[in-house]
Write a protein that binds this ligand. Structure first.
Ligand code: C5P
Length: 244
């Protein structure tokens, strides 16, 4: 085990998206689960982790909802302006991190309120032990089909070997300066960046896959809300069952 006893981390939470696929009247991070917005659930889950010192929240400049949350008065939550794409929001957050204090940075989607402290611990421990950045991920369990888009009717073109396929989750954890440089470099080359890991990969740097719970879903479609509510409730029950 690496001794991370005193080390504190900063987490960037990109929360400037609108979440079109939720078909909701407000940005999806402000939809409520048990009377609290998804964003508040996510930030509270992160801040209640003993190793998380601060959150950098990337929000849209047009965000009218944040001011109504309790987070607005939390000194550990720093607000920055989000960008057009998720990566722009992350970069805006990275520019607000003092690298001399936080050598490492974690990035976590606002839309993933069910991440467990156990998985955050696993990620931090693995990355520090191997001195290499990485991400939480879950192995693909379904059989994966590739479609043939050349025909009018959608057809199967192939079945993909899933033995090496993983779902990329968050948090993703990298050295602050390396991640910033990797994103800036990829953007300068006009490369597509879907997550932090993809920028790191394009820079030719290694990235660890840390196997994590599938409960860490990204709320994307309307049906995900009920599932997230269920997981959150189960997680609270589990905590209640632990011995003092
Ligand atoms: O839309 P999707 O669920 O993939 O977005 C992932 C995360 O990135 C969400 O937390 C969303 O708010 C954030 N995001 C952002 N800035 C954007 C687009 C998405 O911070 N321009």
């Amino acid at each position: 085990m690496v001794n991370t006893f005193n080390q504190q981390f900063i987490v960037i939470v990109p929360a400037a998206g609108v979440g079109k696929r939720m078909l909701a009247a407000c940005p999806k991070q402000y939809l409520k689960i048990n009377n609290e917005s998804i964003l508040v659930h996510t930030v509270n889950r992160l801040l209640s982790h003993e190793k998380v010192a601060k959150i950098i929240l990337a929000l849209s400049d047009d965000d009218d909802y944040f001011a109504q949350t309790a987070l607005v008065n939390n000194p550990d939550v720093i607000r920055v302006s989000g960008g057009e794409e998720r990566v722009d929001s992350v970069l805006s957050g990275l520019r607000a991190v003092d690298e001399t204090i936080f050598e490492w940075v974690l990035v976590h989607d606002a839309a993933r309120p069910c991440v467990s402290h156990h998985d955050i611990d696993l990620l931090i421990e693995r990355c520090l032990r191997q001195n290499t950045g990485g991400l939480l991920a879950a192995p693909v369990v379904d059989t994966i089909k590739q479609s043939d888009n050349t025909t009018a009717a959608l057809q199967v073109a192939d079945t993909i070997d899933r033995s090496q396929l993983w779902h990329a989750l968050t948090p993703q954890m990298y050295k602050t300066s390396e991640l910033k440089q990797a994103i800036e470099q990829a953007q300068a080359q006009g490369l597509a960046i879907t997550d932090e890991s993809s920028a790191i990969e394009q820079a030719g740097l290694p990235s660890l896959l840390v196997s994590a719970s599938r409960e860490n879903i990204k709320i994307t479609r309307p049906e995900d809300l009920a599932l997230a509510a269920f997981y959150l409730q189960q997680q609270i029950k589990k905590e209640d069952n632990t011995c003092a």
